[in-house]
Ligand binder design. Sequence first.
Ligand code: UD1
Length: 343
Amino acid sequence: MSKPRILVTGGTGYIGSHTTVELINAGYDVVIFDNLSNSNIEVLDGIEAITGVRPAFIKGDVNDIATLDCLFQAYPGIEGIINFAASKAVGESVQKPLLYYRNNLNSLMNLLEMVEKYQVKGFVFSSSCTVYGEPDVNPVTEESPIKPATSPYGNTKQISEEIITDFIHSGANFHAIILRYFNPVGAHPSALIGELPIGVPQNLIPYLTQTAIGIRKELSVFGDDYDTPDGSCIRDFINVVDLAKAHVIAVKRMIEGKSADKIEIFNLGTGNGVSVLELINTFESATGVKVPHRITGRREGDIEKVWANPERANKVLGWTAETPLADTMRNAWKWQQHLAEKK
Ligand code: UD1
């Protein structure tokens, strides 16, 4: 029996590469489509070193529907799509809103056209806890209210969820699973793939590990006057390999016809809220490496606290975030050290 074929857009990116590894390990035939705008072709070497398989790779932009169409002709029988090809920097989205709306929404609509044209069974969409804004109550369930977006990036996630829902309601014949990620962190335990931020990292963990290794002088902790036990913001840090595994379960569920509904939404988080200062402590005790840091002012647009109620994913998908945070921190550090050795 031939392996089910899955298209992974953005498959050389951070979450895309980890998901590709888990898909290959689970016996899928993966085709990656990526324009390499925020990733590196060498990621394929890492995927191959881990799995022993080099996935098919096509360089292209999901905004270019003609190339996308050629891909579906060249790789017939694609049964599922996991869509990671999107821009994700909150701050940049405020500066370049049109880029974000174009990249994140055109690409989604192009892919949905392909779903219909080539009778793809299942579509996994990467959404975010950003859709909950500043929640009134934590942990958040999938039924928690969607709050007005605080950035164009966040708005693209909300609009994308609506586009998929409307398309399904129009009678389009496929299943969709929307995964709302909390804060994905860490790297593959092999340290052969991980997060590769280009330029100065905007997210906490890459900035932290770059500080620990001496690339950055100190980590700024954005605020210690929030209404939280230690005053710093609280997030739900989810291991990237655990997160990747949820995608394999989601795509399998759809292509094997096990979905309970045409569209399903799941929070992907651990269920534990951890503050920025607690995270720094966890990193330091897990690795024995000190992270010079200083409290600075709040970052505009930050949410005070948000963490997941992941029960639906636990029960319905049979998925749990199982990696302890200390292991995740050790893997993030191992990856940073691997990057330093390569230079
Ligand atoms: C944001 C988005 C999320 C998106 C993610 C990826 C929101 C609410 N969340 O997550 O949807 O997927 O970016 O880009 O829009 N911090 C510091 N110092 C630093 C960097 C961060 O203290 O140098 C703090 C932040 O203030 C925040 C926490 O660390 O409290 C996590 O920040 P970050 O990693 O940037 O992710 P989010 O803003 O939570």
